[in-house]
Design a binder for this molecule. Structure first.
Ligand SMILES: [Mn+2]
Length: 323
């Protein structure tokens, strides 16, 4: 059962000491939604932090804004632990203890794959929202907090990244409408923010991307494309894993590709990014490996090296293509 945004605003108005939890491998929506809400709560005189256990990605450094912390004991009294852009403990690994500190537990998300490991005191899950930030923007309005320039930048980043710059099928009238409102915030400059997000790549990152793209494996008459990113390749070009995020979009730009899969070495295991063009159910594929996500964009982890992971997931992807 979904709670209304208004009722969530009413509950939160009476609370102080709020820890916000974005999902692991935070992206523009997870961090942007979290920071936007954190700033709004602080503007209302409340103590709030975004609880993380990994560094903020380089291209999103302008969204940090003094909100993130890795310190479990940053607040004496946690009245609310709030999950954003995710809805299960498997999405906040390493932060379970901090999560448990909240006397109330809440969740605001747009992922349809829900986990049943937590009983939330309130929740709102809108699978039709392109970004969690579309819910957060309305919540900030209902909290009667001002949408400042910093908050506008957070919301814009969240929506532009989760919609693939307004190109994915999740983009709606409302995505544009909310962004339309952001243009009215004094100082808002979408070009400048887009340049911060998308146009700060290194020469090495482009070369690494070229290396990976020139070695794609194609299956099912070219309908499935699989790429591999090893730690060695990242090291050779002086890159970090968060610089591989754009590769999957490049894969999906190939004519005829219905399913894209990028395998990324993380120590002894492989992280998997999955994208679909129109009909392949990538949420189901990811769920089969203990991961999660959306119908056309999901992710999971396979406890194996890159080649073994590829041999494991390719048959699943091929059979999903045929369903
Ligand atoms: Mn999201």
């Amino acid at each position: 059962m979904n709670d209304t945004i208004r009722s969530i605003a009413t509950i939160m108005s009476d609370l102080d000491g709020i820890l916000i939890f974005p999902h692991i491998s935070m992206d523009g929506d997870a961090l942007g939604s979290s920071t936007a809400l954190c700033l709004a709560l602080r503007s209302l005189g409340k103590k709030a932090y975004v609880m993380v256990n990994e560094p903020v990605p380089k291209n999103l450094d302008f969204l940090e804004l003094g909100c993130t912390t890795e310190d479990d004991s940053v607040l004496d009294d946690v009245q609310l632990s709030l999950m954003l852009d995710c809805n299960g403990l498997n999405r906040i690994p390493g932060r379970e203890e901090a999560w448990a500190r909240g006397r109330l537990k809440g969740c605001i998300d747009h992922h349809a794959t829900t986990s049943k490991d937590i009983r939330f005191d309130f929740q709102r899950i809108e699978p039709k929202s392109a970004a969690t930030a579309e819910i957060i923007y309305r919540l900030i309005k209902d909290l009667r907090a001002e949408v400042t320039l910093d908050i506008a930048n957070c919301i814009f980043t969240a929506i532009t990244t989760d919609t693939g710059n307004f190109q994915h099928t999740n983009t709606t009238n409302r995505s544009h409408e909310i962004v339309g409102h952001l243009y009215k915030v004094a100082g808002f400059n979408s070009k400048a923010i887009s340049a911060l997000i998308y146009d700060r790549r290194t020469q090495g990152a482009l070369k690494m991307e070229g290396y990976v793209l020139s070695r794609l494996h194609f299956y099912a008459d070219g309908k499935l494309a699989v790429g591999q990113v090893s730690q060695d390749i990242l090291d050779e070009y002086g890159c970090t894993m968060d610089e591989t995020d754009s590769i999957i979009q490049r894969i999906m730009s190939i004519d005829g590709v219905e399913g894209g899969c990028l395998l990324k070495q993380k120590g002894d295991i492989t992280r998997v990014s999955l994208r679909g063009r129109s009909y392949i159910n990538m949420a189901r594929v990811a769920a089969g490996f203990g991961g999660g996500g959306h119908f056309l964009a999901s992710g999971c982890t396979i406890d194996a090296d890159l080649d073994t992971a590829e041999k494991t997931i390719v048959p699943v992807l091929i059979s999903e293509l045929k369903r």
